[in-house]
Design a protein around this ligand. Structure first.
Ligand SMILES: [Zn+2]
Length: 120
């Protein structure tokens, strides 16, 4: 029995960044869909330890990809600290923002390529 919604389901544990989180998996035979209820951390509520600082260094040595990934992790940690927000919702929010941004960059880059190659 799921402690969150009261429906029957199977208890599962997911490991995310080395921590274990409890979910209940609910299968709906009518829609053949699966939903999850986030219950909470398995090991109790552990304070997020010292956040990784974004390592900003000089332009030549800056690893922008690394910084971008750290930024996303920080954004995700911030969202997931709020227990009212379910894991899936937090992931969806962070990834939606990321891919929207990337799509915009892609469009801008495509435009620049078009300009360069067609000379117009
Ligand atoms: Zn549930």
């Amino acid at each position: 029995m799921c402690p969150k919604c009261g429906r029957s389901g199977s208890r599962i544990v997911r490991v995310i960044s080395g921590r274990r989180y409890v979910y209940y998996r609910h299968y709906n035979p009518e829609t053949k869909g699966v939903t999850y209820c986030y219950v909470g951390p398995l090991d109790g509520y552990v304070r997020v330890e010292a956040l990784h600082d974004l390592e900003l260094t000089n332009i030549e040595d800056q690893d922008y990809i690394e910084t971008a990934i750290n930024s996303l992790l920080k954004a995700f940690k911030k969202l997931s600290k709020d227990e009212r927000i379910e894991y899936e919702v937090a992931v969806e929010e962070v990834l939606t923002k990321l891919f929207t941004r990337l799509t915009n960059y892609r469009k801008a880059i495509e435009k620049a390529f078009e300009k360069a190659f067609t000379g117009q």
